[in-house]
Design a binder for this molecule. Structure first.
Ligand code: IYR
Length: 227
């Protein structure tokens, strides 16, 4: 039974988790890894519609991410209007053309060759939804007073991790797209000055024939050190 009390004038509730025995934890953690390992970044999207309430639930899940002082310093902008998607594609391709041709280093371009990316971003018009995550640098209340947020980058990174996991869980695919610079999104989406674009995530079903690079992930020993 959940209990509640006030501590220093602030409400607290008891919290507990279901205890699994070791075998159950081993099975659950193994199966979760195997399922997470099936998530891939996708660039070949289908235009098949996705119900809006699925996206709403995905965003609710993303917004459960932990954040500095529980400020939840993020706004998820969801674009489905073809005219807005077109405007985003045009602006993104303009920046990406410049990046691929003049801004990215030789090493960067070489590192991207296995992914076969280029400045063309058709997926920005094909995917049924574009979710643009904005990071709040500060909060504005109803009287336009500024309030601090904390660890906004870390918080938004966590929310994006939760977002990608929720998208994968729904059976949908996503792309973590970072057109650079991406301040054009502030203009196109008419966002207030306390918000900065953080990540652009096209969401939808993968195309019937969807190609992804045949990548392997680093083994545990290359990413974990035990003390
Ligand atoms: N933003 C560009 C380039 C790009 C950069 C990285 I780092 C990637 O992992 C993939 C692409 C683009 O979206 O094409």
């Amino acid at each position: 039974m959940q209990k509640s009390k006030m501590i220093d004038g602030y409400p607290f509730v008891t919290y507990s988790k279901e205890i699994y025995d070791a075998g159950e934890m081993q099975t659950r953690s193994k199966e979760f890894h195997e399922w997470m390992d099936k998530r891939r970044t996708v660039r070949d999207f289908s235009d098949k519609p996705v119900p809006r309430d699925v996206i709403e639930n995905i965003l609710r899940a993303a917004s459960t991410a932990p954040s500095g002082a529980h400020k939840q310093p993020w706004t998820f902008c969801v674009v489905q209007d073809p005219a807005v998607k077109k405007a985003i594609r045009e602006a993104a391709e303009k920046e990406e053309f410049e990046s691929y041709n003049n801004r990215m280093s030789e090493e960067w371009l070489k590192d991207l060759r296995p992914l076969q990316t280029d400045w063309h971003k058709e997926f920005l018009e094909i995917a049924p939804y574009l979710i643009i995550v904005f990071k709040k640098s500060y909060e504005l209340d109803a009287e336009n007073n500024k309030h601090s947020v904390y660890y906004a980058v870390e918080s938004c990174g966590l929310a994006c991790g939760f977002l990608l996991t929720a998208i994968h869980n729904a059976g949908l695919a996503a792309l973590t797209h970072t057109p650079s610079p991406m301040n054009f999104l502030t203009k196109v989406l008419n966002r207030p000055e306390n918000e900065k674009p953080f990540l652009l995530v096209p969401v939808g079903y993968p195309a019937t024939e969807c190609w992804v690079p045949d990548l392997t992930r680093k083994p545990l020993n290359d990413v974990a050190v035990w003390y």
